[in-house]
Design a protein around this ligand. Structure first.
Ligand code: DLL
Length: 444
């Protein structure tokens, strides 16, 4: 059955039942789980206990869901400072899996799972796929990277748990991806949105019409992408593109996913308790207000996370979703608070650049921002790939396109930046998360 906007065939999938638990029951469940997780963290992880003691708190101080706001935050540096196993709440004999995320600087962070943790992870991934309208009989090509990254194995267990057929192809070797997609009757693809765009380009070069294949669903995440990027993907293929969100520290993929209404991502809040806080003051914000997503794991054993500051910027959407799920929704993540570039005093986010480029005809959504410093002044160059047709245009037409892009960027960013048009395929592709920014400002 092809999912259409506003209706959800997944609504009838038995694994989706917890998505519809009445809100009052859900709150009760969350509170009893919160009490257990706080007690576990207190008893077993010295960092949590010391921090709570410093605030004169014991687990008994958490008596309602609002009391969560009394608890201290946990941040990424806590994982680095206790590297590798300092936040584990289970002995190694009970831990069945380790993953790690490298990040951009320094040591990786390590995350651990007991068997019940892997089961929870599988269950939220099964529910995620069901929300996207997938079921037994679907053939899921899993092009998220397998290995220490959580994307590959998370989606793999979810697809198998659903009873679908999973192709564990991992990232890379784009020609083989397209061959498999065509020859194996693939109905769903999982990868980063930027990698899927690359697959679309390559399929066009190989004269393979993706619309002629049974492919109907894409489950894309692990990096920010815009509504305009979704439109581009959906217009160039016959798929419905869903946004899936997650992070290693909390579990991996499967923290939240879009339903066919495509208006925000439902958070699996029976396992992950969301709050939105002001990134500067840490104050809890209300529904509809944009701020930093803070998550508390409600059922994880090996590595409970209490009020983890994700750095991802979003808002909890007020109101009920027409799909009928009681799980609250968050806006798609457009940016991270630490992604913000400050160029000559102006705040710039890569997502603004992407949104502006997608408005200009003749450009491809492959771009890179290069930052340099000359005579103490920050310079920002945006390299943009243009279609081969535009590239073969006369010089005058290219100059005009360059000006149009520079104007569009100035309009959203508030500063004039240098634009360089480059041929298709000039910008290096990634099989996983795209590298949007190259910062050479601190290089000697
Ligand atoms: O990226 C887990 C994942 C795998 C999610 C596959 C979805 C699909 P990490 O490598 O730890 O885990 O990176 C987590 O990636 O804090 C966000 O900044 C970003 N991110 C993940 N999903 C999305 C999304 C995985 N749908 C970090 N939209 C997070 C925007 C996302 N950003």
């Amino acid at each position: 059955m092809i999912p259409t906007k506003g209706t959800s065939p997944a609504a009838f999938h038995p694994v989706s039942a917890p998505d519809y638990v009445p809100a009052a029951l859900l709150r009760e469940l969350q509170l009893s789980r919160l009490e257990s997780v706080v007690a576990r963290a207190w008893e077993r992880v010295p960092l949590y206990r010391t921090r709570m003691e410093r605030h004169n708190l014991t687990p008994d101080d958490v008596r309602s869901l609002d009391d969560i706001a009394k608890l201290p935050f946990t941040v990424k540096a806590d994982l680095r400072d206790t590297y590798p196993f300092g936040l584990f709440a289970s002995p190694m004999e009970e831990i069945v899996r380790l993953h790690a995320s490298s990040g951009t600087t320094g040591k990786p962070i390590v995350v651990a799972y007991t068997q019940p943790d892997v089961d929870v992870w599988t269950s939220v991934m099964v529910r995620s796929f069901a929300v996207c309208g997938l079921h037994q009989g679907d053939v899921i090509q899993n092009a998220y990277g397998y290995g220490l990254f959580t994307g590959g194995l998370g989606a793999h267990y979810g697809a198998e748990g659903l009873g679908a057929t999973v192709i564990p192809i991992s990232g890379g070797n784009t020609d083989r991806q397209i061959m498999v997609m065509r020859d194996f009757g693939v109905t769903a693809i999982c990868c980063t949105p930027s990698y899927f765009l690359h697959m679309i380009d390559r399929a066009a070069e190989l004269a393979i019409d993706l619309r002629a294949l049974p492919l109907r669903v894409g489950v894309f995440g692990a990096e920010p992408w815009t509504g305009a990027m979704r439109e581009r993907i959906e217009n160039l293929t016959a798929i419905q593109a869903f946004d899936i969100y997650g992070l290693s520290e909390i579990i991996g993929p499967g923290v939240a996913v879009e339903c066919p209404c495509q208006d925000g991502l439902h958070i699996f809040e029976d396992h992950f308790y969301p709050e939105i806080v002001d990134p500067a003051s840490g104050a809890v914000l209300g529904a509809g207000e944009e701020g930093e997503l803070v998550l508390t794991t409600l059922s994880k054993q090996a590595m409970p996370m209490i009020r983890y500051r994700t750095r991802d910027i979003t808002a909890i959407l007020p109101g009920a979703c027409p799909c009928g799920r009681s799980l609250r929704r968050m806006k798609r993540i457009s940016r991270r608070s630490d992604d913000m570039l400050i160029i000559r005093g102006v705040n710039v986010f890569p997502s603004q650049v992407e949104a502006a480029l997608l408005e200009v005809e003749g450009t491809l959504p492959h771009y890179q921002i290069i930052l340099t410093r000359s005579h103490g002044l920050d310079q920002m160059e945006v390299q943009v790939e243009v279609t081969s047709e535009s590239f073969s245009d006369k010089i005058g037409a290219l100059e005009q396109l360059n000006d149009t892009i520079a104007d569009a960027l100035e309009h959203v960013l508030g500063i004039r930046v240098e634009v360089t048009l480059v041929e298709p395929h000039t910008i290096q592709r990634s099989n996983g998360k795209a590298r949007r920014v190259i910062d050479r400002r601190l290089q000697p």
